[in-house]
Design a binder for this molecule. Structure first.
Ligand SMILES: [Zn+2]
Length: 309
């Protein structure tokens, strides 16, 4: 799990907000009960006095304990009689395991991991898309070349499993509307759900960010985003080849791809171009150096967008 600081910071803010909201819920529900059942305050006073006594007198510890137990039972009884649950005065926590602390010992609690994943979802640029486009909504029937697509689908699923024998990177090539972006969303969801940091971006946008980080305003912000593009567990680049970029942004984009490759990070690229077109747009040397390390999925079939208006 290599989440960037911005994700962890936002998740920590969410956790703090949750703690404060739940403390407020606790305060309000206690207040409600005390107003409705004044006897509870009396019992609480007695409990408080007994606790003090228990601390002061060491000899009668067992007596004090017994008296405390009776008072707690009495309080529960009063609550039940008024239609409240016996444990109504207990503090309210959204997560009873970590009591909203986010950690169990030094380990992050499952609830905190969920908050982190939610922030990672938001930052991925895929949050809305993968609700609709994931393996469970993938429908093979709409493809004109079903048998062929089944093989692609099976390989994509395999790619999401640990220790699969496919290369670390995928190149989806094929004409517009053959399902490349859909399948990359499916893969993205699997990785996000298994606690990986995923970023989706078009090649055009990445080149603009590279350009802005070097030459324009918000250099720091864009530079930070570029680090995320370089370091994220899975980078999905859509529409490679459509970017109107030459020189610096283009060579930087390929440098990023190479850095990721050397670091063993996964990248999924989709493009409408075939190899000849890629070789023309970039250089055959660049294309073979980078894309030689990619598993190539050639998408075929009719344009799905016209079947699903
Ligand atoms: Zn928890």
């Amino acid at each position: 799990m290599t989440y960037p600081t911005v994700v962890l910071k936002k998740a920590a803010e969410q956790l703090k907000k949750r703690q404060e909201e739940n403390k407020q819920i606790t305060r309000e529900k206690k207040q409600k009960a005390y107003i409705e059942i004044p006897a509870l305050l009396e019992i609480n006073k007695k409990i408080g006095a007994l606790v003090k006594l228990g601390v002061a007198s060491e000899n009668k510890v067992s007596d004090v304990k017994q008296a405390l137990k009776e008072l707690v039972l009495e309080r529960e009884q009063v609550l039940l009689e008024k239609g409240y649950p016996a444990n109504y005065l207990e503090d309210y926590y959204e997560c009873p395991i970590c009591k909203d602390e986010g950690f169990v010992g030094s380990e992050p609690c499952e609830c905190y991991k969920k908050l982190i994943r939610a922030e990672a979802y938001k930052l991925s640029n895929l949050a809305t898309r993968i609700e609709k486009e994931n393996f469970s909504t993938f429908s093979i029937e709409i493809h004109s070349e079903q048998k062929y697509m089944e093989c692609i689908l099976e390989k994509a699923k395999r790619y999401c499993k640990k220790d699969c024998n496919l290369k670390n990177n995928l190149l989806f090539t094929g004409s517009t509307g053959t399902g490349k972006t859909f399948l990359s969303s499916c893969i993205a969801k699997e990785f996000l759900d298994s606690g990986h940091f995923v970023l989706y971006q078009t090649a055009t946008r990445i080149c603009n960010i590279i350009d802005d980080a070097k030459f324009r305003h918000d250099q720091a912000e864009n530079g930070e985003y570029l680090s995320m593009i370089t370091d994220c567990d899975l980078l999905i680049i859509d529409d490679l080849g459509t970017e109107y970029a030459f020189g610096y942004p283009q060579s930087q984009l390929f440098d990023i791809l190479e850095t990721r490759m050397l670091a063993g990070k996964r990248t999924v690229i989709s493009t409408n171009m075939d190899f000849n077109e890629l070789n023309q747009k970039y250089s055959p040397r660049l294309v073979s150096r980078i894309l030689g390390n990619y598993e190539v999925f050639v998408f075929r079939g009719n344009d799905l967008r016209y079947q699903n208006p």
